[in-house]
Design a protein around this ligand. Structure first.
Ligand SMILES: NC(=O)c1ccc[n+]([C@@H]2O[C@H](COP(=O)([O-])OP(=O)(O)OC[C@H]3O[C@@H](n4cnc5c(N)ncnc54)[C@H](OP(=O)(O)O)[C@@H]3O)[C@@H](O)[C@H]2O)c1
Length: 300
């Protein structure tokens, strides 16, 4: 049985992915800051600040999936917070690399989460492909550093970076926040409502990770976005429809959202499309290509 070690496996994506990997016959381990004795899979400790990893976590590992990361939109981007965002993605990846350098027992695959905001929080008609350069804004720079830490593994193992769009799930993430007012008939476009909102159903994202583990031809960066591209106002309208509510609320002004959230508001108020052609060419087929079906599955 192949062993998969997941960093940040206790989170939203990690929880779904762990279930799918177990179902597909992989043995799963987690690397966590706070291993729980009653965890569903063997869970080992690491301390990124102190540079410690439990060596047992790394024994006979076939694949590593690097999901750890403090929430990018959870807080304002103070200098302190940015250090946490970088340490949890970049330092953590390098810590694991150094730990394996000591043993020389390299896994076959290193798959890292990455974000579609690699291309920047910008509203445009450009459809970004993997050949586009990273943006020079806060999250663009963070994501570039995150991917560079993943690339450092390429001398030893196959590296895949999944530039992930907004993940739609029942239990958390953006959808639960957007759906709460929509249930009460208060779904409204955010800001101009014209910003594009690339998205992916959590089951499809989990399936992409498994696909990337198995397909040894996959290498480098891949955009992960469902085929149906929507703008924010279409997304908010689709939410209202799922709950059979009318959709006539006025736009929530961008300045109000910026006043509450600060710079992270850009992640909500701006956005462009991302091409999934490279992923599709690797043979991946989305189970939820259309937003209405994804929302119906998750919310009804
Ligand atoms: N959800 C999305 O819409 C989305 C979109 C694009 C990219 N991504 C990326 O995909 C990855 C997984 O996302 P997710 O939604 O599953 O995130 P999540 O639910 O917030 O889980 C992330 C995990 O990272 C670990 N973590 C949190 N803060 C940390 C810190 N300061 N230092 C080290 N580890 C920390 C936690 O594990 P422990 O507590 O066990 O250590 C946590 O369970 C993240 O890197 C995220 O940025 C997510």
């Amino acid at each position: 049985m192949e062993v998969v070690l997941i960093t940040g496996g206790t989170g939203l994506v990690g929880g779904h992915l762990t279930k799918l990997l177990k179902h597909e016959g992989f043995a799963v381990r987690h690397l966590s800051r706070n291993p729980k004795p009653d965890a569903a899979v063997p869970t080992f400790a690491w301390d990124i600040g102190k540079g410690n990893v439990d060596p047992k976590a790394l024994e006979n590992v076939d694949h590593i999936i690097h999901l750890s990361g403090a929430g990018i939109a959870d807080e304002r981007w103070s200098e302190e917070r940015l250090k946490v965002l970088y340490a949890s993605r970049v330092d953590s990846g390098m810590l694991l690399l150094r730990a394996l350098e000591k043993t020389g027992a390299w896994p076959k695959t290193f798959i890292s989460a990455s974000g579609i905001n690699y291309y920047g929080a910008v509203t445009s008609e450009h459809v970004f492909t993997e050949n586009d350069p990273p943006a020079n804004d806060t999250v663009g720079k963070l994501t570039q550093a995150w991917e560079e830490a993943a690339d450092a593994w390429a001398a030893h193992t196959r590296v895949v970076k999944l530039r992930t769009s907004v993940v739609l799930a029942r239990e958390g993430g953006a959808l639960t926040k957007l759906a709460a007012p929509a249930r009460w008939g208060l779904s409204a476009p955010l800001g101009s409502g014209k910003q594009w909102m690339p998205w992916v159903h959590i089951d499809d994202l989990s399936a992409v990770y498994v696909h990337a583990l198995r397909d040894r031809e996959m290498n480098g960066s891949y955009n992960v976005a469902a085929p149906e591209a929507v703008q924010n106002r279409d997304f908010m309208r689709a939410l209202a429809q799922v709950f059979h509510k009318p959709f006539f609320a006025p736009n929530v002004p961008g300045f109000a959202i910026r006043a509450i959230l600060g710079e992270p508001a850009n992640l909500i108020l701006e956005g462009s499309r991302a091409s999934n052609t490279k992923l599709a060419q690797s043979g991946f087929a989305f189970r939820f290509p259309k937003l209405g079906e994804a929302l119906g599955d998750l919310l009804q």
